[in-house]
Design a protein around this ligand. Structure first.
Ligand code: GRG
Length: 302
């Protein structure tokens, strides 16, 4: 039984999904009462302190395209956001990008200390998996649950997000080509976004052809997300995007704007987004909300 309102505007629907994941994340944090206090505070600071919730939105939008019950999607949406929060904490560390500002306020290691930030990131990663594995509704879909865990682990592990981070660090100060940059972006950022779209597919009985379309869409929109991120850092000020705008430059990173210029990077993002939309078009009106989230990813201003 699908329990979602039918006549909502896009904005209202996004707010509805954001409120859903925020309420789930609040519950998860309340359940952390036995976690040592400084660790719990650093986890809460990182998870409940803002953020656009793009990955959870993609989970819900993908689930909507597949006609899934929102209650089944809540733990998946919360888990991807917990993983994302962990990745931001570690990405900002002195040994990584060494950033002071995130979401318009001190990064976790600045607000607490480095050891607490590392442990908060580690904790959030583990917590994401326990949120999925301990959910009673998902437990009634055991085969899908194993595939969901597998997709998430692959997306964020050494071949995915963490591997991408390694390649990113290795490439610092060197001039890389488009294929290498695309590979780094796909792993570092794209795979978690792709998994956000694909985990709900494990709960669906949709045709293989439609699942393949969603997968192609997920791969492309993950890359679009990171090109837009590069562009925002190149074009906007710290107040607008809530983080340092000299991070890529300071860390001598190649980005789409540094390789192709602002216009070239904009054109590439738009072209890849068009390709992503072509795959969605095949799914018809069910994918309307996914299309709108994609527009948002391409055109976002922070
Ligand atoms: C294990 C020590 C160790 C490090 C791993 C996990 C990791 C380091 C790196 C992942 C790299 C990473 C953080 C990629 C995502 C970069 C990115 C574009 C973040 C911004 O995402 P938004 O715009 O942020 O969705 P909000 O604040 O809206 O949630």
């Amino acid at each position: 039984m699908i329990s979602r309102p039918t006549e909502q505007t896009f904005t209202e629907k996004l707010e509805h999904y954001r409120a859903r994941v925020n309420s789930k994340l609040n519950l998860i944090m309340k359940d952390c009462s036995n976690v040592p206090q400084p660790l719990r505070e650093a986890m809460e600071y990182s998870v409940l302190g803002g953020g656009k919730r793009i990955r959870p939105l993609l989970v819900y939008a993908s689930g909507e395209a597949l006609g899934l019950d929102e209650n089944l999607l809540d733990p998946i949406a919360a888990a991807v956001e917990l993983i994302h929060a962990y990745s931001l904490i570690h990405d900002d560390l002195p040994s990584m990008d060494n950033d002071d500002i995130r979401r318009g306020r001190p990064t976790t290691h600045r607000a607490f200390n480095e050891a607490t930030a590392i442990l908060a990131g580690d904790s959030l990663q583990a917590l994401a998996f326990s949120v999925i594995t301990q959910d009673p509704l998902l437990a009634s879909h055991p085969k899908a649950l194993v595939q969901i865990i597998s997709r998430l682990a692959l997306a964020i592990g050494p071949s995915g997000m963490v591997g991408g981070q390694m390649l990113d660090i290795e490439a610092e100060g060197t001039k890389i080509d488009e294929i290498t940059l695309e590979n780094i972006h796909r792993r570092k950022t794209g795979e978690l976004i792709r998994a956000s779209i694909m985990m709900p597919c494990e709960l669906s009985t949709e045709s293989v052809a439609d699942i393949t379309r969603l997968d192609k869409f997920g791969r492309d929109i993950g890359l679009v997300f990171q090109i837009r991120d590069d562009l925002l850092e190149a074009k906007e000020d710290t107040e607008t995007i809530g983080k340092n705008t000299d991070s890529d430059w300071r860390n001598k990173k190649s980005t789409y704007p540094s390789l192709f210029g602002i216009d070239g990077a904009e054109r590439r993002a738009a072209k890849i987004c068009d390709r992503a939309m072509e795959n969605l078009a095949e799914l018809g009106s069910r994918a309307a909300i996914l299309q709108r989230v994609s527009d948002y990813i391409l055109n976002r201003s922070n």
